[in-house]
Design a protein around this ligand. Structure first.
Ligand code: ADP
Ligand code: MG
Ligand code: ZN
Length: 554
């Protein structure tokens, strides 16, 4: 149920670290003190439980601007929320009181100053308040830098209403914590959530797909005898990988949402009991798994978001012993995830936010320094380089890619932002295909400016540009690449771009037969995919469609 609300109301796939447990405790009516870094996602930890509980949750928050922001976005998501602040118009206040008296309001935001009025507590009692949430709870601490005397009234409010209270802050020091407990909970111990997000025993690594089947098989084979999970983007892939592993003598079993419940339980049971079993699974696998000694987690395809990535790798090494992870990603993943966002039913702002979240994950995939530092920074935690990730193991060589990036941007602009990667690379490398000559693109000043750079390297440069959100495929133009606002300062020569050399230099010829397919040639692509599927099914062997740019599609 919390998961459904998370998806339906907020449009998030997964909880952030810590959120799930806190939501559960708050929804169950416990007194809670949660300490989470800024940006960690505290608001959701009281907003979501408010929807699960009867009655109104009062939210004490220190800033009018903050309250108005939250109320606006909750309302946009269809949640009955309101605020009583000194910034309200009379009409707004009237609306809030109306919603309170007819019992429809779920969240009522209020500044602590309002508690000074003798009328407030009786009003809240009549309104059926069933819980209190205190945001920025360190404001109750006299020693803190943000002391707000009116926060001291919150304790009185809790006593008067006799309802559970959940307090949230990013300030982790023990003195502040003790003071919050003393003043808000009268010293009665609340359930405290204070957990860093870091899981230092988990080794982090990403690799671009260059022969994805072999990359995954090698990773699994090197860990023979250890329990592991391989997450796949599709049900079909869980089955083909399962077959390939067993054929290689690695005990494996597939798991996905299309299987009978009984079969799924059987797999869960086997995984729990047997040592060294590999489960090839979709994201359906994991919720109910409580196995402390999972030694590795691999992603055969890019996860949906950093939140999903964190949850999925977090299933490894719960016993604290070293655990390893590997996440593969390729241009086909990026295309797939972009298309899923664009073709979804979400409103425009949410799609924008989903693209942003995908960009964040791509940024992590192609990070230039310590991957864990990057990951923790996304959740609001600062840290030192970890020494337990692929980028700490082998710091990547960086290079100033401003020149080639500007060349690519200008080739995209000169061709009117209508074309996919393949065509742009043809322009850059001066490859006079029929499509190029028919459109007169061989007469552009950018034609052939990037001749010195091999196509495979252009491929990697464009992928890193996608990851940095300098360019984006436009669904309205069949995936034609467009330039984003991030690219403008680069085009104007104001911002340099640094890229990873190793990602650019790894492209190498592929031994397998190639099909001449252009990115944009959708009907041919789906025909090839169908053929690939038929081949894989009839022969029970993996089969690939290979593009001129060496993208593999399984
Ligand atoms: P805090 O109050 O802890 O500083 P916020 O509640 O303001 O953090 O959340 C920070 C950001 O994280 C917001 O943009 C929010 O939408 C986003 N966020 C929160 N929870 C999730 C989640 N489960 N998945 C994705 N994004 C989330
Ligand atoms: Mg906050
Ligand atoms: Zn590191």
């Amino acid at each position: 149920m919390p998961q459904d609300l998370l998806r339906e109301v907020w449009g998030f796939d997964d909880f952030r670290p810590g959120q799930g447990e806190i939501v559960q405790a708050v929804a169950a009516g416990r007194d809670v003190l949660a300490i989470m870094p800024t940006g960690g996602g505290k608001s959701l930890c009281y907003q979501l439980p408010a929807l699960m509980r009867d009655g109104v949750t009062v939210v004490i928050s220190p800033l009018i601007a903050l309250m108005r922001d939250q109320v606006r976005s909750l309302r946009e998501a269809g949640v009955a929320a309101g605020a009583l602040t000194s910034g309200n118009t009379e009409a707004e206040t009237g609306e809030v009181f109306a919603a309170l008296s007819n019992g429809t309001l779920k969240l009522l935001y209020m500044a602590p100053e309002r508690l000074a009025s003798g009328a407030t507590v009786p009003m809240l009692r009549r309104a059926g308040v069933t819980a209190i949430a205190v945001d920025e709870a360190h404001c109750v601490s006299q020693w803190g830098h943000d002391f707000r005397p009116d926060y001291l009234r919150v304790g009185d409010l809790r006593r008067a209403l006799g309802v559970p209270l959940a307090a949230f802050t990013a300030t982790a020091d023990a003195e502040t914590r003790d003071e919050i407990v003393a003043r808000l909970f009268d010293g009665r111990a609340p359930q405290v959530f204070l957990r860093g997000f870091d899981r230092p025993n988990i080794h982090l690594a990403f690799q671009p797909k260059d022969n994805p089947r072999r990359q995954i098989m090698d990773f699994a084979a090197a860990r023979r005898g250890q329990s592991g999970i391989i997450y796949c983007a599709t049900r079909a892939k869980t089955e083909t990988l399962d077959a390939a592993l067993n054929a290689a003598g690695i005990p494996a079993v597939a798991y996905h949402g299309g299987m009978e419940a009984e079969q799924r339980r059987e797999v869960e049971g086997r995984f729990q009991r047997e040592d060294g079993l590999v489960v090839t699974a979709t994201v359906a696998f994991g919720m109910g798994i409580d196995k402390p000694d999972i030694r590795w987690v691999a992603h055969a395809d890019l996860p949906k978001s950093i939140e999903s990535y964190y949850q999925e790798i977090g299933r490894a090494g719960r016993d604290g012993a070293p655990a390893e992870t590997l996440t593969l990603y390729g241009p086909d993943d990026i295309r797939l995830r972009r298309t899923q966002v664009d073709e979804g039913l979400a409103p425009a702002e949410r799609k924008e936010a989903d693209h942003g979240r995908l960009n964040a994950l791509l940024g992590l995939a192609e990070a230039t320094a310590c991957r864990r530092q990057h990951l923790l920074a996304y959740f609001g935690e600062t840290s030192d380089p970890c020494g337990n990730c692929d980028l700490c193991d082998n710091p990547p060589e960086l290079f100033d890619a401003t020149q080639p990036v500007r060349m690519a941007l200008s080739a995209i602009l000169r061709t009117g932002e209508w074309f996919g990667q393949g065509h742009i690379i043809d322009v850059l490398t001066g490859t006079a295909t029929d499509k190029i000559t028919q459109r007169g693109h061989d007469r552009l000043p950018t034609f052939g400016v990037g001749k010195a750079v091999p196509k495979g390297e252009w491929q990697a440069i464009l992928r890193q540009m996608l990851g940095r959100d300098l360019i984006r495929p436009d669904p309205e133009r069949h995936g034609g690449l467009r330039i984003t606002a991030t690219a403008h300062p680069v085009l104007r020569g104001e911002t340099p771009v640094t890229l990873r050399r190793d990602l650019v230099r790894r492209a190498r010829p592929d031994p397998v037969v190639r099909a001449q397919v252009d990115d944009e040639d959708a009907p041919l692509l789906s025909a090839l995919k169908a053929k690939r599927r038929a081949l894989a099914e009839s022969q029970r062997v993996p089969a690939y469609v290979i593009f001129p740019d060496r993208t593999l599609i399984e």
